[in-house]
Write a protein that binds this ligand. Structure first.
Ligand SMILES: CC(C)(COP(=O)(O)OP(=O)(O)OC[C@H]1O[C@@H](n2cnc3c(N)ncnc32)[C@H](O)[C@@H]1OP(=O)(O)O)[C@@H](O)C(=O)NCCC(=O)NCCS
Length: 156
């Protein structure tokens, strides 16, 4: 399977919104903290456009046979409250369509995102996954991410 990774184009956005909705509906992936209501979809769409406008390589899609089958979205962090010796980037989303999984697509998206970060001076990359999301955790550890922080939650 030939997979091309390229910057998102505006016409890809509908597909990306559906991918995001699929993730936010999945308790193992998102914990359903931001349900995919129409309002959230609209807000997410404009946030993606903003991140893309900042730098088009911050939103990359995977394409095969002319169809978009996955995406990765990261942001170089310019909003840090304190000085740090690091220039940081955060990967917010990574998704591959279920029928294209386990064929190296996410690995390729991750590699391209990291390559885009290097010339932008990034020295530290963060990514968050739910403890229950075994596929994502395995993938991240496999490509060299190490466990750093555990987020705890309590419902009131
Ligand atoms: C996690 C996800 C992005 C992986 O995409 P993918 O294209 O299938 O990943 P790859 O084919 O590149 O997998 C690379 C490695 O990750 C690990 N991995 C991926 N899926 C796995 C699974 N279901 N179970 C166990 N390990 C898995 C394996 O080590 C795999 O290597 P291998 O196939 O040689 O064993 C995909 O399952 C997905 O989109 N899930 C829903 C969204 C999500 O969880 N995103 C991450 C949010 S933090």
């Amino acid at each position: 399977m030939e997979v091309l990774v390229r910057p998102m184009r505006p016409e890809d956005l509908d597909a990306l919104v559906e991918f995001w909705a699929d993730m936010s509906n999945d308790p193992v992936v998102s914990g359903r903290i931001y349900p995919p209501t129409e309002e959230n979809k609209r807000k997410w769409r404009s946030w993606v456009l903003k991140v893309h406008e900042e730098d088009e390589r911050q939103v990359l899609v995977a394409e095969t046979n002319g169809q978009v089958i996955g995406y990765i979205l990261f942001r170089v962090r310019t909003d840090l409250p304190l000085w740090s010796p690091h220039r940081m980037a955060t990967i917010y989303d990574l998704y591959v369509r279920p029928d294209f999984r386990r064929r190296g697509v996410a690995t390729k998206l991750l590699a391209e995102a990291l390559e885009a970060m290097r010339p932008r001076g990034v020295t530290l990359v963060t990514i968050t996954a739910l403890v229950a999301n075994e596929p994502a955790l395995r993938l991240y550890r496999k490509v060299g991410f190490r466990d750093l922080r555990l987020t705890l939650v309590k419902e009131l």
